[in-house]
Design a protein around this ligand. Sequence first.
Ligand SMILES: NC(=O)c1ccc[n+]([C@@H]2O[C@H](COP(=O)([O-])OP(=O)(O)OC[C@H]3O[C@@H](n4cnc5c(N)ncnc54)[C@H](O)[C@@H]3O)[C@@H](O)[C@H]2O)c1
Length: 362
Amino acid sequence: MAYITQDPTPGPAPVRIGLIGSGWMGAFHADSIARRVPGASLAAIADPNVESAQTLAGKLGAAKVTASAEDILADREIDAVIIASPARFHASLIAQAAAAGKHVFCEKPAAQGLEELGAALTAVEQAGVHFQIGFNRRYAEDFQAAKRDLAAGVAGTPQLLRSLTRDPGTGSIPNAARVPAWTIFLETLIHDFDTLNWFNEGAEPVEVYAVADALVEPSLREQGFLDTAVVTIRYSNGAIAVAEANFSALYGYDVRGEVFGSKGMVQAGRSTETAARRYTAEGLAADTPRLNVELFSQAYTDELADFAAAVRAKRDGGLPPSSAFTLTPVGAHARRALAMALACIESVKSGAPVAVTEKAGV
Ligand SMILES: NC(=O)c1ccc[n+]([C@@H]2O[C@H](COP(=O)([O-])OP(=O)(O)OC[C@H]3O[C@@H](n4cnc5c(N)ncnc54)[C@H](O)[C@@H]3O)[C@@H](O)[C@H]2O)c1
């Protein structure tokens, strides 16, 4: 006689996540939660553009759709939120979510100023919730392999560091006139700043000197639009770094990082979509990643898996995920990278190097 046996101990309840902001990045995060992150479920979506939230919920099966983030924050069934609204709302949403007892994953930047970030992180601390910032590059396999090597001392003492972002483009930038001021520092290079800080762990960024221009859209130079920038950074351990960005690489999405030190060099950054190569009469060709969600699909998923595991550990009293090296980007990392972006803005305005300070109003 055959018996069907069932394990009587139920598994841990999934981490129920509410999405705030269902645009480009929010939609991808929702898709990851609903389809690729184990132990997490997409419980609700909030967006003032309710149609966008409804369309996404219809595709992914989220039970609740609302125009207001407050509905999600008041919902006792929701453990955590992903904030993927425009940057100007981040700091107040973090503070409100923490006050409502929700764990928070927030897209970068966590804030647009150090004072509002300070208030948001104080709310996080007071509520005792988990906070993670969306510095996804840390989760890309090649960046993690480089970090593992650096933590093992492969490059020796860092002397030169480099990080670059070239966003995919067509040679002109759609809706460039509506891109918020200083986006290149606050939303693009902020990733590079975190990568450099992570690769040069233990050292503090001391000073930045930023040069920026509108080279893709020169007609918008007069109104302050910037699409190209180079930043040099001095670190407290003497290392000198360069970060650079451009908004229109015709060959695709190009993100790289490098540390050169006393013992050697470590590099990260995948320039081709697959390992396949095409050899023809014209020469050698390969496909390149075109979109952020292609290049960083695995990283975007793994950062949320890390978040869900940390929330589950906090909620259920288990052990948080462990790693052989610093991995999860938290409030202090968000603050350090933002302080660098803000110092870059001052540097462009003054044309001179600017000290990096993590204190508001200094
Ligand atoms: N990590 C990355 O690689 C990466 C890539 C792209 C964007 N981002 C970040 O994600 C965030 C969103 O960018 P995006 O490209 O998805 O923008 P988007 O404009 O496509 O989407 C923003 C969405 O937020 C909604 N929204 C506006 N106000 C809101 C509010 N108060 N509450 C809730 N939702 C609100 C809008 O209606 C829109 O649907 C930005 O901070 C951006 O820097 C990160």
